[in-house]
Design a protein around this ligand. Sequence first.
Ligand code: UDP
Ligand code: MG
Length: 314
Amino acid sequence: MTKQKIEISIVVPIYNEEENVALLHESISNVMEKMNKRYEIIMVDDGSSDTTLTVLKQRQKNDPYLKVIKFRGNFGQSAAMAAGFEAAQGKYVVAMDGDLQNDPEDIPMLLNKLEEGYDVVSGWRKNRKDKLILRKVPSKIANRLICSVTGVELHDTGCSLKAFRREIIKRIRLYGELHRFIPALARLEGAKITEVVVNHHERKYGESKYNITRTFRVIMDLTSLNLFIKYLRNPLRFFGTLALFSLLLAGFTTVWAGVVLAQNNFEPTSINILTTLIFLLMVTMFQFIFIGLLATLIVHTGKKKSFYLIESYQ
Ligand code: UDP
Ligand code: MG
């Protein structure tokens, strides 16, 4: 059995979920055992300060398929997911929350969609069990905004229960609150994306780790994502536009200088300031071009740097 290749990796970010982890582990294991495929469960302890890690270590004694990554501190859900994805060996990778709000029973359905040929399958909490004003309404608005900015039409991009083909998820870099935009990032990689309706439960134990300020952070990340989508692949396009703008201004100033010169009987000193301006604009133009070239170089050769620090693998 152990020689067999891992087919499915389940990745769960966990922060202070001591009452949930044992139940969650049990229910994921039950579902996966029924599927009869080689799997691994990767629980990433995002610097919990409660007994989460002790419970996980206890569970590991009876489950060789449970892997635990322990962070040195609380680096956030995106970082925890990124570390899990990095470690995942399966051909298919499933992500879900560690608070029992997502239902492991939905995993086979998501995997079936991947088998059909999709690269990303996103859950849709059609019947979401969260507070209306504080959670569902802001989330609906954020979802609309994300869809219109990223161009990926999903009903519920914020749902954590998602399944991916390994090639796609391994290429995605997560930081800030970017885990919310995985489908958009996946589309940049050319992924075929679909959604399926999934179960959603109320949080029974522990507390939500977020409050309403998250909405602002999500919007800020959305703005940087927008720039990222537009220019990251080709920064020269962005800086090139600025260079062109400088060139146009220089051209306009030259014409202006010509007019002033003609009005002053071609007395060269009459356009001293304008000559300086033209010179400055030309220098600026070349600067933009060189910055664009440098940025292109960095984007294409830059080394991947992780946004978290792992204390141990278990
Ligand atoms: N989480 C995490 N690090 C954090 C915050 C949250 O790993 O800094 C985990 C948390 O334990 C849970 C998942 O991310 O498994 C989603 O968090 P939560 O349920 O609090 O979010 P909500 O469902 O309220 O949006
Ligand atoms: Mg939750």
